[in-house]
Every structure is written in C-alpha cells, then in structure tokens.
Design a protein around this ligand. Structure first.
Ligand SMILES: [Zn+2]
Length: 457
C-alpha cells in the first residue's frame, strides 16, 4: 500500500554518486533521480526520494557515478567507417589526409550513410553520449535521423555541405553537393523547418554551412538569419588550419573572426567548429561574443595543427567561452577518448583543466552546441532525462576516489553501463536495448568493405 503523499514516476535511478553539472556543479553521494514523463521529476538524497516517490522500475547504480549524457558536438557520421580502411601513413600518397575523405564521401550511398550513423551512434551510446550533432555532411539527413531514432539517441541534423565559394578545395570536389549559390538558396534551412527546435522527437535540426572559406558573406548572413528566425543554432567549420585562415584573411582584409563578428554572424546561437588557429584579436572577439566553440583535441594532435602549447582552448574555456567537444571523425581513437586527449594536450601546453571542467565540456558545453542547454546537459528538475549510469566493475574503475577523475580520464568508455535518453533506457549493461548489436556491426562491416572497394582501398 502506498504511503500517503507518495507520488508515482516511471523510473528511479537509485544509489548513485550524482554529478549534476548544474550551475553550482552540485554532487550528491548516495543520490537518486526520479524520472516521470521523460523528464527529471526529482533528485536528491536517495532516502528523500524513496520517501516521496514510487516507481514502476528502479535501477540500482550501486554507488557508482551518475552523470548527464555527454553530447558529441560535431561528428561526420558518413565518415565513421573510414578508419583503418585506407592507410593514413604519410607516405601513402592520395590515400592519406583529406583526399581520403573526399573519395569516401563521393562513394557514399544512402545505405552507407545509414550503416555509418548506426555504428557511430552505437559507439556514442557505449561511451556515455545521449546526443550528437551531425556535422552537415550527410547527403541524406533522414538516413542519419532514422539511425538515431532506431538507437534511441538524440541527434541534430542539417542541410548538407552548403557552399558558394571555392575557398576550400573540398567545395568543388563533391559531386552530389556542387558549389552553387542557387543550391544554397534552395536548401538553406530546409532541415530546420522540418524539425524545428522544441519539437518533441529525438531528432531536431540546426542551420549549417560548411565554412572554412567556402561560404560568401551573403550566405553566412542568410544562414544566421534563418537560425535567428527559427530559434536554431548556426554551425560552421571555422579557423580549421592555417591555410583556410589565410584564405579568409585575404578576402576579408582582416582576421576572419573579427570580420564575422562585424557582420553579425558571431553571437550566442553561433557554433564554430574546429577553431584551432586564431590570433589574439580573434580570441578577444570570441570571448565577448557569446559564441560557442567546438574543440577537436584529437584532430589537433592527428594533423599536428599547431606547435605544442599553442592550444587556446583551455584559456578560452577559462575565460567563459562555451566549449563542447567534437570528435569530427574518430580516426585512430574511439568516441569517448576526447576528454583524455584534451587533458594531455592541455598539460602538454603547460596548463590544466580539471576533471570537472572536462565533464562540463562533455555535458553543458555540448548542450550549448546542440542548442538545447535549457533541455539537456545537466541533471536538474524539469530537464529531459538523459542520464548515464557508470559501473564500478571493470578493473579500470578503481580506485575511484574521485569518480569524475576516474570516468573522464582513466576508464572513459569502459565503465558506461546504462544510458537513459528521453527517459528511456536505451543501453543497459553496455548493450543496446533497442537493436541487435551484432546486426548493426555486421551491416557496418559490409558497408566498409563495399566502400573500400569503391574507393580502391
Ligand atoms: Zn568537421
């Protein structure tokens, strides 16, 4: 018999070390969360929750870490299966570097985009992600959306590779996405009109241009206007490497970020991805703008983008610039390794980010890049129930004196046990509850083989 005043909910996550990542970064040992109607209805000490709530289902976290779902802020799902298929050895000629990606993109069919998004999405769930931003290179955004919906992971899609300048060499090499103003005018905002922010599904949309020299000021202004009008975020690759910065600097007659700030495309709903190369004036413009940056510490090291110690990201984060992590393409690492790579890169530069800073980048910062910090990115009453429960079983989970340190840098993906997205348990004991994982992985292998044959790998 229910005690008087006992409320019912759908699920209680019990007996966890709650890292809320709310504004005060509150942490509650021996805590519990009540989930009702896909949202967090209550959270607090487990005893208090037990006295007030009765649930249809209960998950015992066994004292392990419970944190908000991570948000992968920039991922090219169509390129997910490329890793290791073609050599990336520096002496492998056309097989190495961005040339590989262009050939791969040109060989993609809808079924490959779907297979890549399924495999990537599964890896994201297994590394504690509850959401990801597709990085504006899906020819068929519905193929990515369907994969995300099947897995139960949140996703934001956008229009594919919009560009009207040949400032980036890639812009004139993608057969299905010609560099063409008329195409931009036809497609810009199509996805965000189909899936506007605030609609209830797992998949939403953002406005995006490819960027890094491939978009005129006119289309950047137009894209930002669509984002402003629809309440979406505007994403663009920006300041990736010295070469694209030089292209932008020449046409603008000044530093790219300074110009973008002047023309009004850099403010609180703007998300610039990569952002590896910038000068002092640009960093200053960025700090005052409210714009979000997506940091790619894996790329920085893989492409040796700047000398050791030159990463501005730790200082920008400390200066209050909202920062998310973007894996871009998980080239020679797995999704979920970025906090660790960022930590080492930061230390290599003579600076320090704490495990909680790294956790904030994975959660709150990612939620800003997703355009939904009001809905996800922290464990707070009223927010969507996107929750990760860790396990303390694997060897890498000990000694666990500081669960946040342990999860962000030591065990990383290995301790992810349960992922709840939108109130639904979509990963339990490390396995998808929705799909046959063997089938997802087999389809991924078949696609990668097919793709390798097409691109001559
Ligand atoms: Zn990218």
């Amino acid at each position: 018999m229910s005690a008087p005043g006992l409320q019912t909910c759908d699920l209680i996550v019990d007996n966890g070390y709650l890292v809320t990542m709310d504004e005060e970064r509150r942490e509650i040992a021996g805590g519990a969360i009540a989930v009702k109607d896909r949202r967090i209805a209550a959270l607090g000490p487990a005893g208090a929750i037990a006295r007030s709530w009765r649930a249809a289902r209960r998950i015992d976290a066994g004292g392990a870490l419970v944190h908000p779902g991570f948000v992968e802020s920039h991922y090219h799902t169509g390129l997910h299966l490329v890793r290791g298929v073609l050599s990336d050895a520096p002496d492998s000629g056309a097989s190495s570097g961005p040339g590989v990606f262009i050939r791969w993109i040109n060989a993609l069919r809808d079924e490959d985009e779907h297979a890549g998004a399924l495999a990537a999405g599964l890896e994201m769930l297994q590394s504690g992600h509850s959401a990801f931003v597709e990085a504006a290179t899906a020819f068929e955004p519905d193929a990515v959306a369907e994969a995300a919906e099947a897995l139960g992971i949140r996703c934001s899609v956008s229009d594919c590779m919009l560009w009207d300048r040949d400032g980036d060499p890639m812009a004139v090499q993608i057969e299905r996405a010609p560099c063409d103003r008329a195409r931009v005018e036809r497609m810009l905002g199509e996805q965000v009109r189909r899936r506007p922010p605030g609609h209830e599904g797992l998949v939403r949309a953002h406005v995006a241009l490819y960027g890094i020299g491939s978009g005129s000021e006119e289309i950047m202004r137009a894209a930002k206007r669509v984002a402003d009008d629809t309440g979406a975020v505007f994403h663009q690759h920006q300041n990736f490497m010295a070469g694209d910065v030089a292209v932008d600097r020449e046409r603008f007659g000044k530093a790219p970020l300074v110009r973008l700030n002047e023309i009004g495309v850099m403010d609180a709903n703007t998300v610039f991805t990569h952002m590896n190369v910038m000068d002092d004036e640009e960093a200053e413009a960025l700090v005052g703008s409210g714009a979000v940056v997506v940091w790619h510490p894996g790329n920085v090291m893989y492409y040796a983008i700047h000398p050791p110690g030159h990463s501005r990201m730790p200082a920008l984060f400390e200066a209050g610039v909202p920062t998310g992590f973007g894996t871009d393409v998980a080239k020679s690492w797995i999704i979920g390794d970025l906090p660790f790579i960022a930590y080492l890169l930061t230390r290599h530069g003579g600076r320090y980010l704490s495990p909680r800073d790294l956790m904030a980048i994975c959660t709150r910062g990612g939620a800003r890049a997703f355009g939904a910090l009001d809905e996800i990115g922290s464990l707070e009453i009223g927010k969507k129930a996107d929750i990760v429960v860790r396990s303390d079983v694997p060897a890498s989970a000990i000694p666990d004196f500081d669960p946040v340190y342990q999860a962000t840098m030591i065990s990383r993906s290995r301790t992810v046990d349960t992922v709840i997205v939108d109130g639904e348990i979509v990963l339990r004991h490390g396995r998808s509850t929705r799909l046959d994982e063997a089938e997802v992985l087999a389809a991924g292998k078949v696609s990668a083989k097919r793709m390798a044959a097409r691109v001559g790998g």
